[in-house]
Design a protein around this ligand. Structure first.
Ligand code: UD1
Ligand code: CA
Length: 449
């Protein structure tokens, strides 16, 4: 296809009442502008051009990759925004699809159908429209005998036009050359003193050009996000879509309304997600797991047959048959190998726990390596920080660390060693040794009178 796309993303988004540019606000984990870019990528256009302006560095940073863009220094309206791409497109003889950066619910199939209609009818311009019972805020599609005549913005609409329910989705396919011809004739004689892209329609109709509309039945898809209320609406739609996809793929959601799973997350079949679970970022979860309670997992890999209850897991790897929680905090660079058990009030950070390690209660393991089948008693703490530097604790296989042990790093504990409860370990413990480091018990009889 001979098609390029333009995403309008230069506006401030005044109605959002935010310091962030509107299109940077996230919908189910993805900045709106990035979401729309992903959709257009699926459409396979020749080139995708962004129009950036207000806080463009912030917008670029949220996209996080190299992108073709042009700058609209002053935001003088959507028509003016498109004008900014004039030089870049001056020799292009195909069509241009213009999309607003604030309509993240569009589906690629819809854009394909819109383009197909444009090609089939040989129209100069084809507008995506839909019907709203309450069309407030959108541009209205004015038709006569079924033919598009113009688009009238909310602020320009008289009483009669306000009653029109067919609205402009803000997505259009234009013949490139004719688009810029029409734009050169637009003015800003309107309520907002802006150059409206929508005025192109009236100009072209006056010149006997064919303008078509493609009416979308599912009006939810064209929701424009102009306020925090609409942001929440969009977020909800995307969440529902994601959850439906997951269930179709075999994931069990106990209450799909209460599972907060970002678009980027992958989950295997028969994993059960209970209400209140939040799964974010690049998290990949295998099959047959159970995730319960207020658990939040960010950028982590989870194997199979894992059970996690009411815990936070960040940037970590959890292998098969691990159990975690309730109330554990697995911090970045933790690696829990098969069958590890992490109980309540346990915190780990930069810790590798080999197969079968048990850490049942009230423990902190930081900068640590723990060998196979070692048991860490309740209340154990790796004292990894001396106020200046972090040091490592290395514990061997089949070690028994008694309750309330403090391991003052750097420290090494050999295989099969035993540490007595309440010890403050400051020297290495050889393999198979017993280490006890605590005050001796003192008894004074008949102490209480
Ligand atoms: C626009 C349409 C309206 C349509 C609605 C659909 C116009 C004049 N109106 O209205 O008919 O029903 O979208 O959602 O086009 N932008 C720029 N530069 C500017 C102004 C805006 O890049 O100078 C960008 C914004 O960042 C935004 C997009 O264009 O992503 C749309 O702007 P917005 O102000 O939200 O337009 P609406 O009033 O919603
Ligand atoms: Ca809008």
């Amino acid at each position: 296809m001979k098609l390029v796309s333009l995403i309008l993303a230069a506006g401030k988004g005044t109605r959002m009442k935010s310091d962030l540019p509107k299109v940077v606000h996230k919908v189910n984990g993805i900045p709106m502008v990035k979401k729309i870019m992903n959709i257009l990528e699926e459409l396979n256009v020749e080139k995708n051009i962004l129009i950036l302006g207000h806080k463009k560095e912030v917008v670029l940073k949220s996209i996080g990759e190299e992108k073709i863009y042009v700058v609209q220094n002053e935001q003088l309206g959507t028509g003016h925004a498109v004008m900014m791409a004039k030089d870049m497109l001056k020799d292009y003889d195909g069509d241009v699809m213009v999309v607003c950066g604030d309509t993240p619910l569009l589906k690629v199939e819809t854009l394909k159908k819109l383009y197909a209609k444009h090609i089939a009818t040989k129209a100069t311009t084809t507008i995506l429209t839909s019907i709203y019972e309450d069309p407030f805020g959108y541009g209205r599609i004015v038709k006569k005998n079924g033919l598009v005549k113009s688009i009238v913005e909310q602020k320009e609409a008289d009483f009669e036009i306000q009653s029109i329910k067919e609205v402009n989705a803000g997505v259009y396919v234009f013949n490139n050359k004719k688009l810029f011809e029409a734009l050169s004739k637009m003015d800003n004689n309107n309520a907002q003193k802006e150059y409206y892209l929508t005025d192109v329609i009236k100009i072209q109709v006056e010149e006997q050009e064919l303008v078509e509309s493609f009416i979308l039945e599912d009006n939810e898809e064209i929701l424009g996000v102009n306020s925090k209320i609409q942001l929440a609406q969009a977020e909800k739609v995307l969440r529902v879509r994601k959850n439906i996809t997951l269930m179709e793929e075999g994931v069990i959601l106990i209450d799909p309304q209460a599972a907060y799973i970002e678009e980027s997350v992958k989950i295997g079949k028969d994993t059960i997600i209970h209400p209140g679970v939040v799964l974010q970022g690049k998290t990949v979860i295998g099959e047959n797991n159970e995730i319960i309670g207020n658990t939040r997992i960010i950028d982590s890999l989870i194997g199979e047959n894992v059970r996690i209850e009411s815990s936070v897991i960040e940037e970590s790897t959890i292998e098969n048959k691990v159990t975690i929680g309730p109330f554990a905090h697995i911090r970045p660079k933790t690696h829990l190998k098969e069958e590890v058990h992490i109980g309540n009030f346990v915190e780990t950070k930069k810790a590798i726990l080999e197969k079968g390690v048990k850490v049942g209660h009230l423990t902190y393991l930081g900068d640590a390596e723990i060998g196979e089948y070692t048991n860490i008693g309740a209340g154990t703490i790796t004292c990894n920080y001396d106020g200046v530097n972090k040091h490592k604790t290395i514990i061997g296989k089949n070690v028994f660390v008694g309750s309330d042990t403090e391991l003052v790093a750097p420290i090494n504990v050999g295989d099969l060693a035993v540490i007595g409860a309440g010890s403050v370990i400051t020297k290495d413990v050889p393999a198979r040794a017993l280490a006890v480091a605590r005050g001796k018990q003192f008894i004074k009889k008949e102490w209480t009178k």
